[in-house]
Design a protein around this ligand. Sequence first.
Ligand code: ARG
Length: 341
Amino acid sequence: MMRVALPLAGALTPLVMAFALTPALAEDDTEMIVGGKPAPEAKYPYQVRLCSSLEDDKGFCGGSLIAPQWVLTAGHCMYSGRESPKRAIEPSEVVIGYGSNDREETTKVEVAEIFVQPKYAACEGDTDCADNAKADVALLKLTAPVADAKTVTLADPDTEKTLLVPGTEIVVTGWGAMWDPYDKDVSKLLAAFGPAGALEEKVNFPRKLAEVEVDWVNNASCAAAFNAAGGRIADTEICAMRQGTRKDSCQGDSGGPAVVPAKDGSGFVQVGVVSWGRGCGGALPGVYSRVAAFSGWIHDTMAQGDRPPPAPDDAAPADQGSPAVDGPPDSAPDATEDTPN
Ligand code: ARG
């Protein structure tokens, strides 16, 4: 244990100091995401929180408004439980909150349909599948369009080439944990600071949206770093970290947007979706689903989802033209990944 305790004590010093120096702790959290800062109000108006009901203002994942009635998020946010295969959640279990940096002040809209990227969905139901994080995206069709929706532009393969160049800074936003919530040593330390769970709750679920700036890491370097640590990076993913800092996304940020400023100065272009990492803020980059790798699927799925349902007596078989797209809107979720638990 000593081997772990010494470096960890060093790593924890900023956290301990942050809390020691902030006795009030209340609404003025200054460290969010990991190593980030509170986002200016309305700077990321496309950011949404995924909540599990109209009453839930804590939420479980992030997302982005990409059209007035569509949210992009992570595939893994659409499954619950830690066992494999996990249970696919139903549209009635997702509500999005938008319009405020304070997740308790967001406006709620219910979700009508969930489209998990088919490669991700197929893999989620297959315990032997090694690739399950490599298509970690999903689309949510809302029950009604958001009025005056402020959407984010998505990168496609062409624009991505000009956006992701050496030195590119990527901004990630979310209401996720300020420290790896699975790090038991941190949990123990936090518990020592006050009544059961109070501080831990604040660290794991900050109320205000946070932003963090990290640097794009090209796939070759990222893959080399992860290979050496027994991980794998696909070309449907991108990586980002800021060397020498703990800046990173973390648990609860998943599904949220990783963006770069648009070349024409008009807001942001989304290049990634928060997907996974090895802990948070450690030596390895954070991993994001590569938005540009899913342009076709996103486009086709939205086109299909926006098509009016066929008239009742117009019983022709549903168009199965695009194999990359989920079943028609009125079909049941794929039985293979819908395991109750
Ligand atoms: N899987 C996490 C989530 O569900 C996101 C983890 C991101 N990790 C990282 N080190 N960047 O919220």
